[in-house]
Design a protein around this ligand. Structure first.
Ligand code: ADP
Ligand code: ASP
Ligand code: MG
Length: 403
């Protein structure tokens, strides 16, 4: 029998009505004769509420205890949804990550799935039960619960789909597919029928939170058939696949990310090994660095600027300042009021005019660019945070209104 993995996000399981709606979608798939594995996120704003609760008690709570707390949200969802399926007379079982054996690395708050034990889930599927698994969580080698990073339930779903060779992995959410920009910010954004893994990975990594970036990475690696669709409207969604139709615009979409901060180390020595030492300090703290710019400063010194996630800013500052004597910099500057806007498209590679159109849109909107960064299929610009939404709209209009 073919296996389908269905993942439902927080807004899709927000309350009892939504949980019953989700149970109906699951039941329909099961009654068509499929094996069904379900992955759920925490209800509505539960994860944010739990973070706020923790902050009332200790703003410096350890990442281990944060994971212990945050993992509870997903457990509520699977149990409630299993109850809804039981009420419909359908055989099902809800399981947390430690019951399944979802093994992850130990980086609390940002763990990666390493291996999934097949036995328990397979036994349940063999008994024709619908299996509901908590998203967002794993267990490390000590058996402690870990979480996979915000939005990580998508990754749980794709990892399970890959491990069990599912025919399809459906990501049900509160929009009916992947759009050319966040439809909440750009009302005339267009829905894409399909998008390549590579384009989706870039969009997700650049802030389009409709899919967790690691879920796309895994889907590409294990060739998982992935589909993004609405849990509220019954219509086709967006297929994420290896090869997709190239858009006439040459770009698949525009994304924004305002969760970043910029750090600048001013007055570093202009010697070999300086960049290595700086980024080694950060990598030892598991801090991911994104856009990097090195420039020549005064009197044979250099400056290095880079962006990191805002949540890592304090830790990065502390780690770099603690090594000030070894790294030999004059001073450190930070800026939390920045954002990044990116265009993504397979067509960028073969069309040099695309980047120029993006810069033209920003120029016409009177928006200043702080840094530029590119990959084969992406151009990103760093801007003042207050310009970000306007920039997304201007760039989107430039590419999609003039078609
Ligand atoms: P879930 O709780 O189901 O995981 P998320 O909030 O994580 O849902 O992701 C869905 C949201 O992603 C949408 O509500 C939408 O505002 C946002 N989004 C950002 N960029 C895009 C895009 N390019 N296409 C569709 N949705 C997007
Ligand atoms: N509940 C987690 C979060 O809010 C995971 C997820 O929604 O995918 O980030
Ligand atoms: Mg999500």
């Amino acid at each position: 029998m073919s296996l389908i993995v269905q993942k439902f996000g927080g807004s899709s399981v927000r309350d009892a009505v939504r949980i019953k709606n989700v149970a109906r979608i699951i039941a329909e798939t099961y009654l068509q004769g499929h094996d069904v594995m379900v992955v759920l996120s925490a209800q509505g704003d539960t994860t944010d509420d739990l973070i706020a609760k923790a902050e009332e008690i200790n703003v410096h709570a350890s990442k281990r205890e944060m994971d212990m707390l945050l993992a509870t949200g997903e457990q509520i969802s699977v149990a409630l949804c299993a109850m809804a399926l039981e009420a419909m007379g359908l055989p099902c079982v809800s399981l947390a990550a430690w019951q399944v054996g979802i093994h992850s690395t130990s980086v609390h708050g940002d763990a990666r799935i390493k291996k999934i034990d097949p036995d328990r889930i397979q036994a349940e599927l063999d008994s024709h039960r619908i299996v509901l698994v908590t998203g967002f969580q794993g267990t490390n080698r000590r058996g402690d619960v870990t979480t996979l990073g915000r939005g990580g339930s998508d990754t749980s779903a794709v990892a399970l789909a890959a491990a069990f060779h599912a025919e399809l992995c459906q990501i049900y959410t509160d929009v009916d597919g992947v759009y050319t920009a966040d439809p909440r910010l750009v009302p005339d954004a267009r829905k894409l029928q399909e998008i390549t893994y590579d384009e989706m990975l870039e969009l997700a990594s650049q802030g389009a939170q409709v899919l967790h970036n690691r879920s796309v990475e895994l889907a590409k690696k294990f060739r998982v058939n992935l589909e993004v669709l609405s849990s509220l409207e019954h219509k086709p969604g967006t297929k994420v696949k290896e090869v997709a139709k190239v858009e006439k615009t040459n770009i698949a979409g525009v994304a924004k990310d305002t969760s970043i901060a910029r750090v600048a180390l001013i007055g570093l020595q202009h010697n070999p090994g300086v960049a290595f030492k700086v980024f080694d300090v950060l990598s030892r703290k598991n801090i991911n660095v994104d856009v990097i710019l090195q420039s020549i400063g005064r009197e044979n010194t250099k400056d290095i600027s880079f962006t990191i996630h805002k949540k890592d800013l304090r830790e990065a500052e502390d780690a770099l300042n603690a090594q000030k004597d070894t790294l030999c910099f004059d001073h450190l500057e930070t800026d939390e009021h920045i954002g990044k806007v990116s265009i993504v498209g397979a067509g960028l590679m073969s069309n040099s005019g695309v980047a120029a159109r993006m810069f033209e849109a920003l120029y016409e909107a009177g928006i200043n660019i702080q840094m530029i960064n590119t990959s084969e299929i992406r151009v990103s610009v760093l801007l003042d945070e207050e310009d970000v939404n306007r920039a997304v709209r201007a760039i989107h209009a430039k590419f999609f209104d003039e078609m």
